[in-house]
Design a protein around this ligand. Sequence first.
Ligand SMILES: NC(=O)N[C@@H](CC(=O)O)C(=O)O
Ligand SMILES: [Zn+2]
Ligand SMILES: [Zn+2]
Length: 348
Amino acid sequence: MSTPQELTFTRPDDWHLHLRDGAALQAVLPHTARQFARAIAMPNLKPPVTTTAQAMAYRERILAARPKDGPGADFQPLMVLYLTDNTPPDEIARAKDAGVVAVKMYPAGATTNSDAGVTDVRKTYKTLEALQRHGLLLLVHGEVTEGEIDVFDREAVFIDRVMSPLRAAFPELKVVFEHITTKEAAEYVAEAGPHTAATVTPQHLLYNRNAIFTGGLRPHYYCLPVLKREMHRQALLQAATSGSPRFFLGTDSAPHAAQLKENSVCGAGCFTAPAALELYAEAFEALGALDKLEAFASFHGPDFYGLPRNTGTVTLRRTPLTLPETLPFGDAVIKPLRAGETLAWSLV
Ligand SMILES: NC(=O)N[C@@H](CC(=O)O)C(=O)O
Ligand SMILES: [Zn+2]
Ligand SMILES: [Zn+2]
């Protein structure tokens, strides 16, 4: 088999992204905007984006942070509401009219800035009914929060306790199982029918849980859901490269200042935005599946969301790319995943 030196494909989108706000937003947005035409702007800000009015204001701040010209000047954020126990069903109609595309469910306490999240999914069923009726998507951080459930099992248990009953209650609702990390989730999504899809991150395709412990504790490999065993990574690779339209790109790039990652308590999240496409290319190439990258990155997402595919292209070239040790992040610095290391591909 020949090894391609260059890969040109339709401009992709990032279906799971944390852009933060203020100086952090200014610092991280250009990395995404130069690669991706659109991105799902996750709503777990402090305070969370729970209303349509907040989502519209956040959208304006994102648009204002775009590069003024050149690549990325036309980047479009896709807005999402943060679901709480008390999100009124009539907020969904307002959201739809304003162009909000989805609502995100964070089980309370499951991850970064999830304190205002859902304590019992049944409390939200009237709102989910409105979501189903109006054709907005439900995006899910799929982990249970019961402390007695082992941290490595929280996603698999979530399928039985929350996802399956929710799917049965709202069969027409489009649901994205975000950042899946297990064989169980990959199998569930593959078999759940046309209204269920999943995003897959680069770190979960490239690493298993040993990466967190190689030669010492490595905070930059700590994200949620936490990296799993090799068996699970293999299942995710199979799913992402299978050509199934129900798996698509979502980096979950989640910036935290380096001093907060390298701390006695390390925040969860990998900052992958600076080389997101390069990292996915590395994962796909390892399986000889570069020919499957375009559909995963550029077709399956918009098709599932019911949005047009992008026009225009991006090109990856087999030119070594050495990632910087640190990047500016407001008054702080941030370390990208693989900081200081050299990648095989680079975006032209
Ligand atoms: N993935 C993470 O580890 N962190 C995300 C939150 C999330 O997506 O769960 C963040 O906002 O930092
Ligand atoms: Zn999450
Ligand atoms: Zn996330």
